[in-house]
Design a protein around this ligand. Sequence first.
Ligand SMILES: Nc1ncnc2c1ncn2[C@@H]1O[C@H](COP(=O)(O)OP(=O)(O)O)[C@@H](O)[C@H]1O
Ligand SMILES: [Mg+2]
Length: 349
Amino acid sequence: MRHIRVIKTEATVSVNRKLKVAVLYGGQSGEHEVSLMSAASVMEELDEAKYDVTPVFISKEGHWDVPLDSLRQFDVVFPVLHGPMGEDGTVQGLLKLLGVPFVGAGVVGSAVGMDKAIFKDIMRAHGLPVAKSLVVLRSDWDDGSAQGADGLQLVQNRRKTLLERIESELGWPIFVKPANMGSSVGISKVKAPQDFPAAMDEALKWDRKVLLEASVPHARELEVSVLGNDELRASVVGEVRPRREFYDYAAKYLVKGEEESELIIPAPLPDETTARLRELAVQVARLADIQGMTRVDFLVNGQSGDIYVNEINTIPGFTSISMYPKLWIETGMTYAQLLDRLIQLAQDK
Ligand SMILES: Nc1ncnc2c1ncn2[C@@H]1O[C@H](COP(=O)(O)OP(=O)(O)O)[C@@H](O)[C@H]1O
Ligand SMILES: [Mg+2]
């Protein structure tokens, strides 16, 4: 004989209740301003009929405008924060401790996505194509002045060895990048050794760890949006055409008119390249342990067609004209449907 137990769930009484969603924005990183723009779009597009939305501002100094413990009352938290202390696993760890479902990658995926050096090592270990690179710590580049004459000599030798390694392993030009940053903050393209120290000083303002990377010649910038938890889907491919030396902070957010970057969706590419990029994007996201969403960025040599995985963004730019949502819109979703899906994925995790 079968026993059937009837369990009354809370869901049956609260079926029409709006979901309480907190949108975290601002934050302590160099990308604070970018977050303000992304969060404004997200809050405008979240369907009022479905969600009861509370904006939660985090100041540049790290002050939250609500007590942290009060975040437990939300059904879902949507961190719309870019860069360190928001996109890097720190906020994700906090939300996990509080036991609140949140949109996007967890602690590991977020940290891996934020650290360009670790990310590249993981890709390399799995045979995925990445540009050659070297990692330098602040202590490796210390000017030695505090250590007296012996220290100075030691440092000069160390710097000389580093320049020799750049020459033999990477070749000029190189890109000098803070390992943990975004929006091109602190990044320089260095064409000759005499410009290298200034680029190091700039990168070290943002992180204690710096990635030196061989430049991909004739680089085309191609991006794919990925969505899903364990079942990941890739969008169509988009292309950014900056009209400056490279896709720097100004090209991303400041210049207008003639110098403004162009977004081309879908990217004009041979079918095999498009298919390969979409397939790689899913592989990259899986290796980086992504849940929810990520944008996977590639550099493709415009002459040889060689593909390089450049980076991922686990909380990509989210304004209505940003690449991540635009790629999904082109793939057949509305911006509002994309937000619904992300919230659903957060609840499913
Ligand atoms: N190895 C490289 N070769 C050519 N261009 C590069 C390379 N690395 C970075 N760039 C240029 O610098 C930009 C910013 O670098 P990226 O690694 O994407 O950092 P961020 O996280 O700040 O966006 C890229 O969009 C591209 O224009
Ligand atoms: Mg980038």
